[in-house]
Write a new protein. Structure first.
Length: 137
């Protein structure tokens, strides 16, 4: 079994100058010969992984070629989303396939949710250290 990898929470400031500390994870996404490094928000309340439109474009995806529609909820309920499967690499772990709801929203972060990030990884949050550890299932 592979050892876990520990990451610190990252401080982010919104447009109003308010600062929050959140569990962001460095992630390399690959689609064919295209690759992008992103910071992805671990969201235990999210049902699905979410990919913003611009990141999909950077990865060479074509909106019209994605035929599976995925309903979103919450803040993204008004945004259309389509299924997109990408290869993801985290740290020194082997790459995995991640299924995303690729949304046309420009405001969404990359979100890692239950389907299928939390199906692939166990995550332990350390509240007092503001850190988290991931390990493949």
């Amino acid at each position: 079994m592979l050892d876990g990898q520990r990451y610190s929470f990252i401080e982010r400031t919104n447009g109003l100058g308010q600062s929050t500390v959140m569990p962001y994870l460095p992630l390399t996404l690959t689609n064919g010969s295209y690759s992008v490094e992103v910071m992805a928000l671990l969201d235990t309340g999210a049902s699905v992984n979410v990919l913003p439109y611009e990141i999909g474009i950077q990865l060479g995806a074509v909106w019209e070629n994605q035929t599976v529609t995925i309903p979103l909820s919450g803040n993204l309920a008004h945004s259309e989303a389509r299924g997109l499967v990408l290869s993801g690499t985290i740290g020194s772990f082997p790459h995995i396939l991640l299924a995303f709801a690729w949304t046309q929203s420009q405001d969404a972060p990359v979100i890692l949710g239950h389907m299928n990030f939390f199906a692939e990884f166990n995550v332990c949050f350390y509240r007092h250290e503001l850190a988290f550890e991931i390990r493949p299932r």
